[in-house]
Design a protein around this ligand. Structure first.
Ligand code: HEC
Ligand code: HEC
Length: 448
């Protein structure tokens, strides 16, 4: 009798999820989870990441949208790309002839992309490791894809530099955008060669490239793949994130606050989060339709006039992938808002409530976004979401079964997500350079 009462009391003190047994947690992250990094290569990549010289009009760098002060994102739902001035919510259009299209998706954070398990990039996975192809990659460029990208992360860098709205600019404005417009990308006289020529015209860069790559020391021209390989080395080194309280807990080097423990049990148990946010980086790297609201210009080919973002379907052509997006890693996620592929949630707790049951969430969702100052939409931002048929199509694809979360559950999950915050990665290891070899201004104020 006494013993039974004791058990009942103990159970009452535990969160409900613990009664179903201990949750299955991922293995701690180890050095073997990452591709090796050459520190000199990373230091070269640091300068290129912050140097606007690789953009068509020499006015935007990678850090404009992936800023270390904003947790390697930009603090806004959808950004103004090429032609804008300033950073994050303070960014504004600098002149009137900015490219026709605004950025269609929320800029993602860049943590842990040097880990071997990230073999597929972008919300729709349009670039992927594929060892059956001569380049080792599957990309929208198909067979024109060149060899020499050291990793899928390196190959990713070819996209922003060629995108008119991100870094290339208007074709009336500069040599690189002109080549992009004419479809001259690879080979002699192409856009990549033009970008590489700008970099190799700067003696300080030539010296550093020769130090890092023996073939360049022996006389090979600097190629775009050398530039992107260095940038990838930097991203891998700078934002490796495996030192959060949760990492320490998994290594038996620390404890977590009680509320975060309850949230962890929900995350890996009754909350079902880990069915998709699985593994050491809280992602299965697969695609799921989660009914996230869409705003903005949409991700459509230029000849299509609608503003839809149909997600993975555009890559796979498989109807099961309509409105499906890649499961994002949740490292430092409390710092990377707004959330969702178009930044349609400005409050993380509200996001979690919605995400656990999108069909119910959509009934009370109020359109919300953070835009850069002076942001002007050329078409109404909420056109798709406000159309009942479009919204129905987005929600009809949700396959995850709804999960009921109380306010206390949401608070606990939020407390758990805070334990994924890693001060080492958020600070960065090399930091922001005081200046870059092109002598063009670096956007970010120096932190150190
Ligand atoms: C104008 C803003 C902008 C600039 C400039 C920019 N990016 Fe991005 N970046 C984005 C957006 C938006 C996405 C997501 C696009 C998508 O998924 O379709 C993205 C995606 C990425 C990804 C993929 C992350 C993942 O998990 O899939 C990487 C890596 C990346 N950018 C690195 C870079 C690098 C390196 C540069 C400079 C060469 C750069 N970006 C310049 C906005 C920008
Ligand atoms: C069926 C798969 C699935 C389940 C289950 C799931 N997620 Fe997600 N999660 C995703 C996908 C896919 C996205 C990206 C959705 C989008 O933007 O369209 C996402 C996005 C997120 C984001 C936003 C990240 C960002 O950077 O914008 C957070 C936070 C998140 N999930 C937390 C959770 C939590 C907490 C749970 C459990 C209550 C959960 N997820 C359950 C697949 C899932």
């Amino acid at each position: 009798m006494v013993r039974i009462r004791h058990v009942a009391l103990a159970a009452a003190l535990l969160p409900a999820s613990a009664m179903a047994g201990e949750p299955k947690l991922p293995a701690p992250v180890t050095a073997q989870d990452y591709r090796p990094v050459n520190l000199d290569e990373a230091k070269l990549g640091q300068l290129l990441f912050y140097d606007p010289v690789i953009s068509g009009n020499r006015n935007i760098a990678c850090d404009t949208c992936h800023n270390p002060r904003l947790a390697t994102s930009d603090g806004v739902s959808l950004d103004i790309g090429e032609g804008g001035i300033g950073l994050g919510p303070d960014r504004h259009p600098g002149k009137t002839d900015i490219p026709q299209q605004r950025i269609a998706r929320n800029a993602p954070a860049l943590f842990n992309l040097g880990a071997k398990s990230f073999t597929i990039m972008f919300d729709d996975g349009r670039i992927e490791e594929d060892h059956t192809r001569p380049s080792g990659l599957r990309t929208p460029m198909e067979d024109a894809m060149v060899k020499g990208f050291a990793s899928v992360l390196s190959a990713q860098a070819m996209f922003p530099v060629l995108a008119q709205d991100e870094m290339a600019g208007n074709d009336s404005e500069n040599d690189i955008a002109k080549l992009v417009r004419k479809g001259q990308i690879t080979g002699p006289g192409g856009a990549w060669e033009a970008i590489a020529a700008r970099v190799s015209a700067i003696p300080a860069y030539r010296e550093m490239f020769a130090k890092v790559y023996p073939s360049i020391a022996q006389g090979k021209q600097i190629a775009f793949t050398d530039i992107s390989n260095a940038i990838a080395a930097f991203v891998s080194y700078e934002w490796r994130s495996d030192d959060s309280p949760f990492d320490k807990y998994l290594r038996h080097q620390g404890t977590l606050p009680a509320e975060a423990m309850a949230g962890m049990k929900l995350f890996y148990g009754r909350g079902e989060c880990s069915t998709c946010h699985s593994g050491p980086f809280q992602t299965d790297n697969k695609f799921h339709a989660m009914g996230e609201p869409q705003l903005g210009p949409g991700k459509t080919p230029r000849f299509e006039l609608n503003q839809r973002d149909i997600g993975r379907f555009r890559v796979s052509n498989n109807p099961a992938d309509l409105y499906a997006f890649r499961t994002p890693s949740l490292r430092n996620v409390t710092e990377t808002g707004p959330w969702g592929h178009a930044g349609a949630h400005v409050d993380l707790k509200e996001f979690i409530r919605y995400h656990a049951d999108p069909v119910a969430g959509a009934k009370t969702y109020k359109p919300q976004a953070i835009f850069p100052k002076g942001y002007v939409a050329e078409k109404p931002d909420w056109e798709i979401w406000n159309d009942p048929a479009e919204r129905k199509a987005i929600l009809a694809q949700v396959k995850a079964k709804p999960v009921k979360l109380s306010d206390a559950d949401v608070n606990a999950i939020y407390a758990f997500l805070q334990t994924l915050k890693d001060p080492v990665a958020l600070d960065g290891r090399l930091g922001v350079p005081a200046s870059v070899p092109s002598r063009l201004p670096v956007d970010t104020p120096v932190k150190y």
